[in-house]
Design a protein around this ligand. Sequence first.
Ligand code: G3H
Ligand code: 13P
Ligand code: ZN
Length: 320
Amino acid sequence: MVSYKELGLVNSKELFKKAIQGGYAIPAYNFNNMEQLQAIIQACVETKSPVIIQVSSGARKYANQTLLRYMAEGAVAYAKELGYGIPIVLHLDHGDTFELCKSCIDTGFSSVMIDGSHLSYDENVAVTQKVVEYAHAHDVTVEGELGVLAGVEDDVSAEHHTYTRPEEVEDFVKKTRVDSLAISIGTSHGAFKFKPGTDPKIRLDILAEIEKKIPGFPIVLHGSSSVPQDIVKIIKQYGGKMDAAIGIPEEQLRAASKSAVCKINIDSDGRLAMTAAIRKVFAEKPSEFDPRKYLGPARDALKELYKHKNCNVLGSAGKA
Ligand code: G3H
Ligand code: 13P
Ligand code: ZN
């Protein structure tokens, strides 16, 4: 059993409290490898932003949970070495079972998500309660989810959004004692969030309804990549196929950050930024075969993207 406290990590409680009071959101960036983690830490140190680094089931399969945990421990020391010890939360993204959440808590994660959104309401309550009981005994924070995002999440896919029902949130939060709640208001995972020609809009009206039911309670938005069109253009310019890639407009995320939304999940934009940079190197320097020569530019592009998010979208810059 390793406590996250011994690793220099923090849970999300204080960060969320300050974020709601201050009208900004904490960035939750996914990582699977060293370059992504370096970019996240460099960007957040340079912008003095608190950060949630998150590990999905896919990341655990790709990189190994133990290795990722040691990398997170290294990230705490790395931030200090870069000159500023920002608060870092190590979070399990989309945990699907009690056993997985427990295993992460036991190995040093400071926060977990139990995603029971595909279960019946009562089953979702039951599994979330069980995770909260174990997590709180170890001072680990828990994110639950109500409502289903459209799109693909690991092996589960939903064709349409099932928006979170505002009339359910108070009961869910009371029964489960979760620390934050992920909601479905029209965001979705991946780079193809809206059909071309439709209005790319999230349901800020449902968010407002939810806030009325649970005032000041921390809300989380998944699927919040904006799919920057300048990055998509570079991918296409260098041979990528990315037609109809559309994300959440930044101004809508900025508006949401000013409310009780205090954690915003971004993964796909980082994947796009790395892909664009790598495609460019491969196209312009076909004889290059040193991975540092293409992963390095990818890391730089990722860092710039995250700095932009912290400063201009989430408003977390300067809050560490
Ligand atoms: O929720 C989805 C995240 O972008 C993680 O994706 O399961 O492919 O690592 P992944
Ligand atoms: P995006 O696919 O929009 O980046 O969402 C990531 C996410 O929600 C991770 O949990
Ligand atoms: Zn997600």
